[in-house]
Ligand binder design. Structure first.
Ligand SMILES: C[S@@+](CC[C@H](N)C(=O)[O-])C[C@H]1O[C@@H](n2cnc3c(N)ncnc32)[C@H](O)[C@@H]1O
Length: 321
């Protein structure tokens, strides 16, 4: 199960001048995939839909001097860091605060389409996981928030304290693939009768007690936290709309790259690319997803669950909408 590694490990940071940084995963595979962008698209735009701290963006801008990049993220804190990191590329970079679900409209409205490349590196960043006040981690105490976009209306606390037991169990099961979802939902509903869950550690303890599993390799609250995060950020719907943007705006000869950390997301990307290959002749980068090698897994725990899929739209076909 993909993301469990991400959330139980030390979050893929490297100490750098006292600051923790997010290490971009599968850097060589990302560059290899985008190296296949047709030369006809020189001067065009790569859309990095999840620019985060700009790690992949920086690599791409260095490797492809003939291309420009528009970096988007729903998290203003991430955009600020990306802005500082990518400032040296001047006019070759544009940054926008946007959700994946808004990409198509943004790309078409601002004239970036048809685009030479699209990258989505899904999920949560090390910065988000490691910032206590964002409430993503069950290892550090913080408010039960989990919104990547702080303007979203619903927090994890709203779901945990507001859903009825059955809906909560369904959510934990569907979004977290947690087999003990019913038992966990029951314990949460009993616990919140005493006091609402407002902090991450209080919820993590409740889940650990409900499952009777404490001290194992994987924290017992891993899948519950993953489920809440996916629901709060509407991650499934966001991905579906990102893929719609890819289908509508990628130029002939352009390349799409997706990095997933969870089997549910990887399945969605896999089916999308299989359909594009069959119906529109897109050329798949590889049949199987690219995964990190031994060295990268050791250096960057976050890379252990990363799966990259990519494809190139054939030059001969016109973009359809
Ligand atoms: C794994 S990090 C990306 C890291 C980046 N590739 C780098 O090298 O620095 C994922 C980023 O995607 C953003 N993100 C996740 N889902 C999103 C969505 N639906 N819309 C916009 N941004 C999203 C998160 O806020 C986070 O900053």
């Amino acid at each position: 199960m993909g993301i469990s590694v991400v959330e139980r490990e030390s979050m893929a940071e490297a100490e750098s001048g006292g600051e923790r940084v997010h290490i971009p995963v599968l850097p060589s595979a990302v560059l290899a995939a985008f190296a296949r962008i047709a030369p006809e698209l020189d001067g065009g735009w790569i859309v990095d839909g999840t620019v985060g701290m700009g790690g992949h963006a920086e690599l791409l801008l260095e490797a492809r001097p003939s291309l420009r990049l528009v970096g988007c993220d729903q998290d203003p804190a991430a955009l600020e860091l990306a802005g500082a990191r990518l400032a040296r590329f001047g006019g070759r970079v544009e940054l926008r605060r946007a959700r994946l679900s808004e990409l198509r409209e943004l790309v078409e409205r601002e004239g970036f389409a048809p685009v030479a490349g699209i990258l989505v590196d899904l999920g949560v960043s090390s910065l988000q996981l490691d910032t206590k006040s964002r409430g993503f981690s069950f290892q550090q105490d913080g408010p039960l928030d989990m919104r990547m976009d702080p303007t979203r209306a619903t927090t994890a606390a709203d779901l945990v304290n507001g859903l009825d037991e059955e809906s909560l169990a369904d959510l934990i099961h569907a979004e977290g693939e947690e087999p003990r979802a019913r038992r966990i939902a029951k314990a949460i509903v009993e616990g919140r009768r005493r006091a609402p869950f407002l902090r991450t550690l209080a919820l993590a303890d409740c889940v650990a007690q409900a499952t009777g599993r404490v001290g194992g390799k994987i924290h017992p609250a891993t899948l519950t936290f993953q489920a809440l995060r996916r629901a709060v950020n509407a991650e499934h719907a966001e991905l579906e709309l990102a893929l719609e943007c890819v289908r509508a705006t990628l130029a002939p000869g352009g390349v799409f790259v997706a990095i997933s950390f969870h089997s549910l997301e990887d399945g969605v990307v896999k089916r999308f690319l299989a359909a594009r290959a069959k119906q529109d002749g897109w050329e798949l980068h590889s049949k199987k997803p690219v995964e990190a090698d031994h060295h990268e897994r050791r250096a960057n725990p976050r890379a252990r669950s990363a799966r990259l899929r990519a494809a190139r739209r054939p030059l001969a076909l016109e973009v359809s909408s």
